[in-house]
Write a protein that binds this ligand. Sequence first.
Ligand code: ADP
Length: 398
Amino acid sequence: MTESGHLVLVVNSGSSSMKYQLVDPAAGTAVASGLIERVGSADGSARHTDGDRTAEFAGAISDHGVALRIMQDLFAQAGRPLDTVDLLGIGHRVVNGGSRYGEPTLVDSHVLAVIRELSPLAPLHNPANATGIEQAQLAFPGVPQVAVFDTAFFRDLPAAAATYAIDRAVAADYRIRRYGAHGTSHQYVSQQVTALLGAQASARQIVLHLGNGASASAIRDGHAVETSMGLTPLEGLVMGTRSGDIDPAVVFHLTRVAGMGIDAIDELLNRRSGMRGLTGFNDLRDVHQAAANGDAQAALALEVYCHRIRKYVGAYMAVLGGVDAITFTAGVGENDAVTRATALGGLEGLGIVLDAERNAVRSREARVISADGSPVTVLVVPTNEELAIARATVALLT
Ligand code: ADP
């Protein structure tokens, strides 16, 4: 079975996982997708879906090269061997492109070396991204590999937003600035909003990407002018396991008073903070459940989470001089009506009027959830980073 038309394989390599999708960029659909987990361990697992066919794997997955071979096996088992697919290219999510890379880039050995060199800026992500690309080059010789950078949309942030107020020379020597992250999602979602509302009614946008990681951005006429993630994806909103904004002096305090080492603090702020740190749960569904069962800490955690969002919305309205559209996306943003209502409730004075019924609707479609006549349009728009990466890959290769 040979596909008609070009398909793009999108690969998102994490430190211990690999997500992939075979995308039909013209139709805007995923033909097949899968998730490979616990790469690097003896008890790895993988699950693959292709229409109504599924395939699974359980066993040792020593590294990303093995993960890619398992992916190829799963495609074959589900009746679509990849060597029968008309593959235009492979698009890879790369978290940090530094100041070097904005546009999607065809990967050669130099580009790969730079992605590795930028690892200190995204220690959890860039090394895995680079390994995934390298292994895909070996597994699919002759297929072009394209890197799409999560920082790209924020590369041209105004200097006032990108610059930390620290010693200029130190910042320059160590490339310390605000890079942002989730850029592919913020760009895709804001473009969807413009397609829905038109350019004028969406000139000043705030996008709230609330998933396991969470970030906010302010966008004027299609260009990002502020975003909540910084040097790394630790800054900004409260997240599943990350603290978001915190006084840097907390780090000195924990070092001097608690005697904690720097790696332990890194782990604390990145993996044991946010909703997990406050409640023991990183999934907001569990936090809601606990709050409903009378857990006061869980209720407080939800308040902290929503308060932070409100603070950013207010700040970004000031940055933009008002706002035309506010959009929720990603796992929490798309599914959690209570969080949306709490985060933006009581802001009628700022022109933000939610419609409770519209907000309560569950749907996979992009939709408006503000009331008719609300000066600010509030929307829910499902993100689709894979489709955005696939389309960027096509744009570069054709
Ligand atoms: P990632 O950042 O890993 O890509 P997603 O965007 O898929 O994450 O979001 C995952 C998160 O979405 C989960 O951890 C969970 O907190 C949240 N989530 C998913 N569905 C719901 C729901 N119905 N209500 C509240 N939160 C939800």
